[in-house]
Write a protein that binds this ligand. Structure first.
Ligand SMILES: Nc1ncnc2c1ncn2[C@@H]1O[C@H](COP(=O)(O)OP(=O)(O)O)[C@@H](O)[C@H]1O
Ligand code: SF4
Ligand SMILES: [Mg+2]
Length: 378
């Protein structure tokens, strides 16, 4: 179905045929309702804080928020903030890949960095191997740092230009005492071999290599300290399509060999589909839908997920898929729409969506969706 209509459906039924009662919102006090919702959400967060961490997962993120302060008063109090990550919750098991999808600016990078504590969370809990690290100070994090690593999007700027490949792979091994000093070179050469890098690269400099080889060096660097969790932030987006598959296959093989857990961030659904076990769809800092890959691809529920999927070309020419065109631009996360953040672009939007934020609810086991339309039509 096309979403080219300018206005949100306000008749008795919306475009998808859901019943809409607009009168009930005629005297609606948005501000009062917002405060009431906020209070209820805070109460739920306080209640959830009391729950023990899930022992079956390596990473459990609860109600994570990361706000960037945009304006301060003269006394340094925040006046306005940008909610880059706004109450995000999910779990990942050891050895799994969680794919995070969403348009540019929806908070994927900020979420990944906040989970790794490269950004201090504004609030929320981050249980890594059963311990809440959200409040850990840098000294406590130092011990954990080698267990949590990141691979960046741009392999050109993320490697120091004046170090040889051997030096830049040896440095973290020495800093974290991964092996005795006398064994560092052998360890690094073995690691290079595992990452598809020839041994004579050891004496060479990063600028001598192509993007794909550089990304292999970045992956080797991240893995040099034997991490358990790796955030891969758009690791193939800057590479030629022909190289992308090689790097994805390398990441997959290394994951299997080392029992790695990945958070794999991408705006490319086909890449995410290939590598992920679970998928989270983000929009304006919020998780719109989350679930197992099969469930998300076979049974997408959220209108935003459906729109994203409809934009992926179908390789089967006999199967007709109708493209859902999202109207308008992404609103600013500094001033997101009230109610459901997606309502300004949604083809299923009802009057309630403009006023009340939908609850993030579990519909099937492990399949979460935040949407009034799903709630009314499930
Ligand atoms: N250090 C920062 N200070 C202020 N705003 C930021 C900062 N980093 C990111 N943002 C803003 O947060 C939002 C989410 O950004 P980001 O996490 O980079 O999104 P994505 O990775 O999905 O493209 C964007 O609006 C971006 O401009
Ligand atoms: S809650 Fe949001 S996503 Fe769901 S129908 Fe309303 S506007 Fe669309
Ligand atoms: Mg990003």
């Amino acid at each position: 179905m096309s979403i080219e209509k300018e206005n949100i459906a306000t008749a008795e039924t919306n475009e998808e045929g859901a019943k809409v009662d607009n009168n009930q919102f005629a005297d609606f006090d948005d501000e009062a309702e917002f405060l009431k919702e906020e209070k209820e959400r805070e109460e739920k967060i306080e209640q959830d804080k009391l729950l023990p961490p899930d022992p079956d997962v390596i990473l459990e993120v609860r109600h994570l928020k990361k706000y960037f302060t945009l304006k301060k008063t003269l006394l340094g109090k925040p006046l306005s903030s940008l909610k880059a990550v706004d109450d995000v919750s999910f779990k990942v098991k050891k050895g799994e890949t969680l794919g995070i999808v969403g348009e540019s600016g929806c908070g994927k990078t900020t979420m990944g960095r906040t989970v790794l504590k490269l950004y201090q969370p504004t609030s929320g809990q981050v249980f890594f191997k059963g311990k809440d690290i959200a409040g850990y100070k840098s000294k406590e994090m130092r011990a954990l740092r080698k267990q949590m690593q990141i691979v960046f999007q741009d392999p050109y700027s993320s490697l120091p230009p004046r170090s040889t490949v051997g030096d830049l792979l040896s440095e973290p091994v020495k800093v974290h005492n991964v092996v005795p000093k006398s064994k560092v070179k052998d360890y690094v050469l073995d690691l290079m071999d595992q990452c598809g890098l020839r041994d004579y690269y050891y004496e060479r400099y990063p600028h001598e290599f192509s993007g794909g080889q550089r990304q292999r060096i970045c992956i080797a660097r991240a893995l040099s300290v034997n991490p358990e969790l790796v955030v891969c932030d758009e690791p193939v987006s800057a590479l030629d399509v022909s190289i992308q598959a090689q790097i994805i296959n390398l990441l997959k093989r290394l994951q299997k060999e080392r029992q790695l857990t990945y958070i794999f961030i991408s705006h490319d659904l086909s890449v995410v589909k290939f590598i992920s076990d679970k998928i989270g769809i983000m929009y304006l800092g919020s998780m719109m839908e989350f679930g197992n890959k099969k469930e998300i691809f076979d049974n997408p529920m959220h209108p935003y997920t459906k729109a994203l999927f409809s934009a992926v070309p179908n390789p089967d020419p006999t199967e007709k898929t109708e493209r859902i065109i999202l109207k308008g631009d992404i609103p600013s996360p500094a001033n997101p729409p009230k109610g459901c953040k997606f309502h300004t672009r949604c083809n299923c939007a009802m009057e309630i969506c403009k006023h009340i934020a939908p609850e993030y609810k579990e519909y099937e086991e492990g399949h979460f969706v935040a949407c009034h339309y799903c709630e009314q039509n499930h």
